[in-house]
Write a protein that binds this ligand. Structure first.
Ligand code: NAD
Length: 476
């Protein structure tokens, strides 16, 4: 077990003031694998003031210098990939091999990519008699969740630092070990004191200081819609910039002319990744009513391949859920679905036969578009299948939740799929299983949020506009 006793403030590991600690559980064994200190409001404030003091010098460095720091962090992450993947496999529960590519490989690439984005960015532009310049927004408070923890941290702090902002990070209290390793890497990369700070702790304590402190210029939040609303309300009192990346209930729409086998398999994979603990997971599969039985058979065949087991077991394709709370929540939803009359296509609320760990069977339920499970974000390995009568109804169902994060459309022709995709009110739609693109904007419509991450779109979130009005030159 690792005991972390410090926060990272002003370029140093500072011993925590409070003796209170937060346990981090290995989700496959339920053992406490680490503890981190429960940060106080005073520690959060110290970190904010350190970030404020560092801002002028950092934001006025040449872009090339900041980009070179980011590349050092990327190299540090690469060198510690195995250790980082092991930490995330244990604290989150994603199978190790997958964690290495998805949870560590992805963020490592983004650190290098944001260095490139900053170098190639058009920092100033002439518009009529004005010079429009882009400047760092200031001190950014970053609040992140546990499901893709290093990725969510990276997509905030890498672009923020590249833009010239200084940051205070409050990682998830449920999976903070990866953030501690990252802070060590950042320290070794030699960033000036105060540019990056990390305070562990609970949202209502440390997070709310970041949301309210007058010296914080922007809050970048990823997490549940409920907590995002609270952060947004608090931050609005000091008119901070707010970027929110929130929950989802994304639909995979299978059109009548689709390759059903590929579509059902692709949807199940896009739902079950990370045991369904993915904000943009395709958790509703919309299928033509007349093809329901065919879909059901295909889904049963496809889901049988998702072997459930501990994250360090090489044969596991699905790991446990992150915590006992998350498991209880997900099982509660499965029971609600069954009580409301769901057709149990696969899985159910009985635990799989594994002695320890927060496991839930991969579950597929046939439901109606008016059922509870058609609306609520479950955040577990649960796919619902909803029949529709025609394309019009499919689009209406896809758009019928408070969320608008992702989704997919499957059709025999990309043109047909794109026509339907344009009518879906979400920030991303995968056409016939098109893969994730780290340079394309990722973010939500409606109550899935208002921010965008990835590439130049994610970078620009951390910039202000300034217009320098020049006096027009008059002819002599
Ligand atoms: P959560 O909202 O419980 O916690 C997220 C973070 O917010 C944590 O660091 C937490 O400590 C902090 N927090 C909680 N209450 C706070 C408060 N009052 N003030 C300030 N900070 C507070 O979410 P979670 O359970 O960690 O993550 C799962 C949720 O995140 C899901 O709803 C998922 O859809 C969402 N998510 C969204 C995206 C996206 O990009 N849209 C990505 C991943 C996860």
């Amino acid at each position: 077990m690792t005991t972390y006793a410090s926060h990272y403030i002003n370029g140093q590991w500072v011993t925590a003031r409070s003796k209170e600690t937060l346990p981090v559980h290995d989700s496959s064994t339920e053992e406490v694998m680490a503890t981190v200190p429960a940060g106080t409001a005073q520690e959060a404030e110290l970190a904010v003031l350190a970030a404020r003091a560092a801002f002028d010098a950092w934001s006025t460095l040449p872009v090339e210098t900041r980009a070179a720091y980011l590349e050092k962090v990327a190299a540090g992450l690469k060198a510690r990939t195995d250790e980082m993947a092991m930490a995330i496999a244990r604290e989150v529960g994603m199978p190790l091999k997958m964690a290495k590519t998805v949870q560590v490989g992805g963020p490592t690439w983004h650190w290098g990519n944001f260095a490139k984005v900053a170098r190639n960015f058009e920092w100033e532009k002439k518009v009529g008699n004005s010079l429009v310049v882009r400047e760092a927004i200031g001190v950014v408070g970053c609040i992140t969740p546990w499901n893709f923890p290093l990725s969510q941290i990276t997509l905030k702090i890498a672009p923020a630092l590249a833009a010239g902002c200084t940051v205070v990070l409050k990682p998830s209290e449920i999976a903070p070990v990866n953030a501690m390793i990252l802070a060590e890497i950042i320290h070794e990369a030699g960033l000036p004191p105060g540019v990056f700070n990390l305070v562990n702790g609970m949202g209502p304590v440390v997070g709310e200081v970041l949301a309210t402190h007058p010296e914080v210029d922007m809050v970048s939040f990823t997490g549940s819609t409920g907590a995002g609303k609270r952060v947004s309300e608090l931050a609005s009192q000091s008119v901070k910039r707010i970027a929110l990346e929130l929950g989802g209930k994304s639909a995979s729409v299978i059109l009548e002319d689709a390759d059903f086998e590929a579509a059902v398999k692709g949807t199940i994979s896009a739902c079950m990744l990370n045991s369904g603990q993915t904000c943009s997971a395709h958790t509703r599969m919309l299928v033509p009513a007349g093809r329901y039985d065919e879909v059901k058979a295909l889904a049963q065949t496809a889901i049988a391949k998702f072997s459930v087991g501990p994250s360090l077991d090489e044969t596991s394709r699905l790991g446990p859920l992150v915590s006992a709370n998350q498991r209880a929540r997900v099982l509660g939803f499965i029971r609600t679905g069954i009580e409301e009359g769901a057709d149990v296509i696969a899985g159910g609320a009985e635990p799989p036969a594994i002695a320890k760990g927060y496991f839930v069977q991969p579950t597929i339920l046939g439901i109606k578009s008016t059922d509870t499970l058609a609306q609520e974000e479950i955040f577990g390995p649960v796919l619902v299948v909803i029949p529709y009568k025609d394309e019009e109804e499919a689009v209406a169902i896809a758009n019928s939740t408070i969320y608008g994060l992702g989704g997919g459309v499957w059709s025999g022709s990309d043109e047909h799929a794109m026509k339907v995709a344009r009518r879906i009110r979400t920030g991303q739609v995968d056409i016939n299983g098109g893969p994730f693109n780290g340079n394309a904007p990722f973010g939500g419509y409606k109550q899935s949020g208002n921010g965008r991450e990835n590439g130049v779109y994610g970078f620009e979130e951390f910039l202000e506009f300034k217009s320098l009005q020049l006096k027009p030159v008059t002819a002599a």
